[in-house]
Design a protein around this ligand. Structure first.
Ligand code: SF4
Length: 230
């Protein structure tokens, strides 16, 4: 089966998922209580599929959809503040065709990049429960199985970093204990590399914990890593 079809089938499966009752209820609740500024929006409020270039060498792993962002528009990071930061950096370093994306039906496209998340349903207070992360891991495992060209993982934050490590170990890769921090570069035994960053959440960007130069630095490291390998 063609890779595009397999990825689409997986995404269709994800959209129907109801493994986490707390999150299913929460998504319904978000649609019923829209803030005024979005009251005309028909909220997606389902699990979000991943998206991007099936031949991507770079896999960006977020935490979870934002309740009023990706969960509203139906595409990861689309229409939220974290997405503004992420898409801006991806565009600047040649991984996207536009510097931002506000709706899922715009022409935003990733080039050599793919975006997924630790869990695919928006959790209350952006805090998934451990069992919800476990529930969602099989989808990530399947994505890693399908995306054969991945050379660099970019986990956005510690939870995504842990999800990557656990998934790779589950796949049988001997990954030693690794510490999270911003800008860590971890070569893996299979030739892939993890390059870490703080999550571009408002909590980090508004407090200066993550600045634009710090975030751009990550993509500079990624570009250099891809150059060495190509
Ligand atoms: S978080 Fe993942 S496992 Fe849980 S309901 Fe959403 S898609 Fe399913």
């Amino acid at each position: 089966m063609k890779l595009e079809v397999e990825l689409r089938n997986l995404q269709n499966l994800i959209i129907e998922c109801q493994r986490c009752p707390r999150l299913v209820d929460y998504l319904k609740d978000i649609s019923k209580h829209k803030p005024k500024r979005y009251r005309d929006w028909d909220y997606w409020s389902k699990p979000l599929p991943s998206f991007g270039d099936p031949d991507a060498r770079v896999l960006i792993v977020g935490l979870a959809p934002a309740a009023q962002g990706g969960n509203r528009t139906g595409r990861m990071f689309t229409g939220d503040r974290s997405g503004e930061w992420l898409f801006n950096a991806l565009f600047k370093f040649g991984f996207a065709n536009q510097p931002n994306s506000l709706r899922r039906d715009d022409d935003f496209k990733l080039n050599d990049g793919y975006i997924t998340a630790t869990i695919r349903c928006a959790p209350p207070q952006n805090k998934p429960l451990p069992e919800e992360i476990e529930n969602c891991r099989p989808y990530f495992l399947k994505e890693l199985d399908l995306l054969k060209n991945i050379k660099v993982f970019i986990p956005l934050g510690q939870i995504a970093f842990t999800q990557i490590l656990k998934t790779l170990r589950q796949m049988g890769l001997g990954v030693p204990p690794l510490a999270f921090g911003h800008g860590k570069v971890y070569p893996l035994p299979n030739g892939q590399t993890i390059i870490t960053t703080y999550h571009p959440s408002q909590q980090n960007t508004q407090t200066g914990k993550l600045t634009r130069p710090m975030f751009y630095q990550i993509f500079k490291l990624v570009r250099n890593k891809l150059k060495v390998r190509s």
